[in-house]
Design a protein around this ligand. Structure first.
Ligand code: DC
Length: 234
């Protein structure tokens, strides 16, 4: 049995992965690893260097210049790109698109794979992304494929932006979500898909609390209570 307990949560953009993973990490005393943030930091770097995402050779060439690490402050993940904390800068729709565009390349994925695997080997983690259950942590004890309808995901994003005082167009958000799903699901390397041993959770009609309870129940069936360092009783 592996020394750490790992929960993998994969799913499309806007399914609520980060809210759920952060909440569960808090409750279980796990470390939350947001792998999308790592791809976002990579995308930001290429953009700043004026590298076009279509230029695979340039992207691959620049990978060696990038150092990404994670730090935790007050339990929250901070993403460090070549010594700079870019945690806030990477949270825009534009950087999300850049991340999706650069994540199709083997050079980019290879760069982040061992960092993600090392984190999971060193602590109990909840890791979210697109290929965690299928590629990064195939041995994760609990795998969840978290999804929701395009309408629900777009509505959530729309309200999030409104809450930040940013006006947006719901139809435009739906279109962007469909485009991102399409690219993430149909790329050649590590596409987004449900791992065979993952449990599908559709959050369209569930509250965050209900989703978390469901995942804890699934993890309990998969040995969570016996894992070292787990603080949750269920
Ligand atoms: O979850 P997010 O929106 O922060 O992710 C941004 C993009 O990064 C996503 O559209 C595809 C890519 N990504 C990936 O390819 N593999 C992961 N494990 C996580 C994210």
């Amino acid at each position: 049995m592996s020394a750490t307990y790992n929960i993998a949560i994969d799913g499309p953009a806007g399914a609520g992965k980060s809210t759920i993973a952060r909440g569960l990490a808090d409750r279980l005393g796990f470390i939350y690893v947001d792998t999308g943030a790592m791809y976002r930091a990579m995308g930001l770097y290429f953009h700043r260097q004026g590298i076009r995402m279509e230029d695979e050779d340039a992207v691959a060439g620049a990978c060696g210049e990038i150092e990404i690490s994670l730090r935790y402050r007050d339990g929250l993940q901070r993403v460090i790109l070549n010594g700079e904390d870019v945690s806030e800068l990477i949270r825009t729709e534009e950087v999300g698109r850049l991340a999706s565009a650069c994540s199709v390349y083997a050079s980019v994925r290879q760069k982040l794979l061992s960092l993600q695997q090392d984190l999971a080997a060193s602590a109990n983690v909840i890791m979210d992304g697109r290929d965690i259950g299928t590629c990064v942590l195939p041995g994760a004890q609990t795998k969840i494929y978290l999804t929701a309808s395009v309408e629900v995901r777009a509505g959530r994003r729309f309200r999030e932006l409104m809450a930040k005082g940013k006006s947006s167009d719901l139809e435009e958000i739906k279109k962007e979500i469909r485009e991102r799903d399409d690219r993430d699901m149909h790329r050649e390397i590590a596409p987004l898909k449900q791992a065979e041993d993952a449990v599908l959770v559709d959050s369209s009609d569930l509250s965050a609390e209900q989703v978390m309870e469901r995942i804890i129940a699934i993890a309990m069936e998969r040995g969570l209570a016996q894992a070292p360092g787990v603080t949750c009783e269920g």
